[in-house]
Design a protein around this ligand. Structure first.
Ligand SMILES: Nc1ncnc2c1ncn2[C@@H]1O[C@H](COP(=O)(O)OP(=O)(O)OP(=O)(O)O)[C@@H](O)[C@H]1O
Ligand SMILES: [Mg+2]
Length: 262
């Protein structure tokens, strides 16, 4: 993938970006297409995610789910298509999109082992758009994510669920309006899936975030999402309610199949 340099409406290197005067529209993705050599990873993908809603994304391996997140967070340059957040066109490198209100939780837990929990979350505050007022505290985010009691603990000693909480908290500390999560439930046991699912619900409700949730665990995805998109070979096969998606024999048989966890 090439370095991201596109964008007609935003300066990719600017530290702060103009804000929309019409907040509350959420995320609008239109006609995204991405090709990697011979592979059409995304083909004319469009969807909307209003504030406070969780938009689930599922599909077979290689369907283009991570590419979709990569494009929307500035890591992959699209060949075509637009992304708008609260009516403002987004483009540029990841840090520019972060400052515009876009946050991402990566699939593989990435935290700073040499730092405490609080310091890890503060990196999000420093990197994100909330830093400018100089008085922001991560305490409310530590409370929200269930980390307040462990704020002074070394991150190196945390189990997987706690590491995921720290990653989510650091992403929230950047002050996002839209949050992208790539298989956040991966590697967790049933009890941990319930705990982290509850946290995702709490976060989207309390912060009124638009959430794009890529997840192979389709039952948990259906419980969390208001709408689900099924991708297949880069194309949108369906966008529908979880009930309709789960009761569609074509989707169950052909696209979610035995490889995937229910
Ligand atoms: N940087 C890249 N260079 C070349 N091809 C790529 C690149 N990234 C992804 N691809 C290809 O694009 C297609 C979509 O990949 P992507 O990682 O988006 O799928 P996915 O739906 O996230 O799959 P998984 O469920 O395995 O995570 C695949 O064929 C993949 O091999
Ligand atoms: Mg992926």
């Amino acid at each position: 993938m090439g370095e991201v340099t596109t964008g007609t409406t935003l300066d990719a290197d600017s530290a702060t970006l103009p804000r929309s005067d019409a907040p509350g529209q959420g995320l609008a993705v239109r006609g995204l297409s991405v090709r990697f050599g011979a592979v059409q990873a995304l083909s004319d993908v469009s969807f909307d995610v209003p504030p406070g809603k969780i938009f689930g994304v599922a599909g077979p391996n290689g369907a283009g789910k991570s590419t979709l997140i990569g494009v929307c967070t500035g890591h992959v340059r699209p060949d075509r298509g637009t992304i708008e957040l609260d009516g403002q066109r987004l483009s540029g490198r990841p840090h520019a999109l972060c400052h515009a209100g876009v946050a991402r939780m990566f699939q593989v837990p990435q935290i700073f082992s040499s730092m405490t929990v609080r310091e890890n979350v503060e990196t999000g505050l420093i990197f994100g758009r909330a830093w400018s007022d100089g008085s922001a505290s991560v305490d409310p985010i530590l409370d929200l994510t269930g980390l307040a009691d462990r704020a002074s603990d070394a991150a190196s000693g945390l189990d997987l669920l706690a590491r995921k909480r720290v990653m989510l908290a650091a992403a929230l500390a950047t002050g996002p309006r839209v949050l992208f999560m790539d298989e956040p439930l991966g590697g967790l046991n049933e009890a941990e899936i319930d705990a982290f699912s509850s946290l995702i619900r709490r976060v989207r409700a309390e912060l009124a975030l638009s959430v794009v949730l890529v997840e192979h665990k389709i039952r948990a995805l259906a419980q969390l999402s208001q709408r689900i998109m099924i991708l297949d070979f880069g194309k949108t096969l369906r966008i529908d309610t979880p009930d309709k998606i789960l009761s569609d024999p074509e989707i169950i048989t052909l696209y979610l199949g035995k490889k995937h966890e229910y």
